[in-house]
Ligand binder design. Structure first.
Ligand SMILES: Nc1nc2c(ncn2[C@@H]2O[C@H](COP(=O)(O)OP(=O)(O)OP(=O)(O)O)[C@@H](O)[C@H]2O)c(=O)[nH]1
Length: 455
């Protein structure tokens, strides 16, 4: 079945699918218990059966990492298992009463922040896991810990709703004071990072024993129940608001993964940021002149004839040489291509940096799953952080915690010339207009694209 575009939009509206389906990125310091929490939650919700659980327990104790057995529900590759850390974004989905949620489990380890960026840029909400054990919360929250950086990144990438799971409370005898202290310390920082207090919720949990994830009962939960009568994590997930989807704009799918599909063709996965896509449709691959035809669409492990904005998809593509597909490329309708640019202007917010940014500062530019070398080629003006008004034209330096409009130019590396990227002004397509800027492995700024100089 192949719908005409207007019929398809009608179909999307009727189905209500423009409003359902949330994606959640799980963030937090290394070892906070993110994978354990998600693994256990999937089990509690019936998404991991006892056999898989037993196999994970057996296999993880074989390599001397039995405390990681829950995390094995999520952490995929052998290397991840042997190192006991999550490296790429693992994808899982589950249902609560009202919601269908796709989980992106972001790696907490510092060297894997680029993967976390790719995860957060595909998410609607974030679940921050913090370790309540003595000294551990502090380590994760201090400068250099990932708690702060993850929160700022998630917010800068457009995530507006946040749940904070205060984990490992068993390690501190389920003390109410410890829980309250952690919430009090985190609250101002969360607000500074740009999350609205009404869209931030806290919940005490014990991921390893499954306390207060889907239910709060049984022996393990008794100590918590002496002072906590609030919602479980699942109750909070159920109350998240699905954001409105921009399904009337043209389709945009940044490719976040590529793999050999079953049978013929190549499969790609990514998030449909805007618009709709259907089986049989031809899509342009940008940058480049190639197109591909959508053979199948998979959403939440099911084949579907079409999908609407907000879905995390796997597309089997045919009529294309796989060599033309690369992570970070954007799929879009041939009639409505994304502009390609190697020079554009952006409004940026500068993080807590040690070395100021000057004209000519060399950086790594992150746009969805793509990261490319770039230069901050011109400092156009510094801006007031709250009003956005110009404070000073042509500033010489940009210091920490300031805001500015800058020009960014993609940089060539070695012998290869800079390849333009598919990027749109934020005013045209919000999801396509967000960028992050890193320097020497540290995120130094986040921003939105203003003007794109077409190539
Ligand atoms: N005591 C206790 N230990 C926990 C709890 N949750 C997780 N852990 C342990 O904490 C360690 C780290 O857990 P992971 O789930 O791998 O942590 P992570 O945040 O996913 O780590 P990365 O993937 O490396 O970022 C493991 O040994 C878990 O068994 C808990 O509620 N209580």
């Amino acid at each position: 079945m192949n719908f005409a575009q207007d019929k398809l939009l009608e179909e999307v509206r009727k189905s209500g699918k423009d409003k359902r389906g949330l994606s959640l990125v799980v963030i937090g310091h290394v070892d906070a218990g993110k994978s354990t929490l998600m693994g256990r939650l999937l089990y509690e919700l019936g998404r991991m059966d006892d056999r898989t659980r037993a196999a994970n327990e057996r296999n993880s104790s074989k390599v001397g990492k039995s405390s990681f057995s829950w995390a094995w529900g999520l952490d995929g590759t052998t290397e991840e298992r042997e190192r006991g850390i999550t490296m790429d974004i693992a994808l899982q989905s589950f249902h609560t009463k009202k919601q269908q949620i796709t989980v992106l489990d972001a790696p907490g380890h510092k060297e894997f922040i680029p993967n976390m960026i790719s995860g957060a840029s595909q998410a609607d909400c974030a679940l921050l896991v913090v370790d309540a054990s003595t000294g551990e919360f502090e380590a994760g929250f201090d400068r250099g810990g990932q708690t702060r950086e993850h929160l700022i990144l998630a917010r800068s990438l457009g995530v507006a709703q946040l749940i904070v799971a205060v984990n490992k409370l068993d390690q501190v005898q389920w003390e109410k004071d410890r829980y309250d202290d952690i919430c009090t310390l985190l609250r101002p920082f969360i607000v500074q990072s740009g999350f609205h207090p009404s869209k931030t919720k806290f919940v005490p949990v014990g991921a390893l024993s499954g306390v207060n994830l889907a239910k709060c009962e049984g022996d393990e939960a008794q100590q918590l129940l002496t002072w906590y009568k609030g919602p479980t994590l699942v109750d909070l997930l159920d109350e998240l608001e699905p954001p409105s989807r921009d399904f009337l704009s043209p389709a945009r799918i940044p490719i976040s993964n590529i793999f050999k599909g079953q049978g013929s063709g190549t499969s790609v996965s990514g998030r449909l940021l805007s618009g709709v896509v259907q089986v049989g449709e031809k899509l342009r691959i940008l940058p480049g002149d190639e197109t591909a035809v959508v053979k199948t669409i998979e959403v939440e492990e099911e084949h579907v004839p079409w999908a609407a904005a907000g879905s995390n998809l796997t597309l089997a593509l045919v009529s294309v040489d796989p060599i033309q597909l690369s992570i970070g490329s954007v799929l879009c309708p041939p009639t409505d291509p994304v502009p390609l640019a190697s020079v554009f202007t952006a409004k940026i917010i500068i993080f807590d940096i040690q070395v100021p940014i000057i004209s000519g500062t060399m950086v790594e530019l992150f746009h969805h799953s793509r990261d490319v070398p770039a230069t901050v080629s011109k400092l156009i003006s510094s801006l007031d952080r709250t009003t956005g008004k110009v404070v000073k034209p042509n500033p010489r330096v940009l210091a920490k915690a300031s805001s500015a409009e800058v020009q960014i130019t993609l940089r060539s590396t070695g012998s290869s010339t800079a390849r333009p990227i598919a990027v749109e002004p934020y005013a045209v397509n919000k999801a396509m207009g967000r960028i992050l800027i890193r320097r020497e492995g540290e995120t130094i700024a986040a921003g939105i694209v203003m003007d794109v100089q077409h190539v």
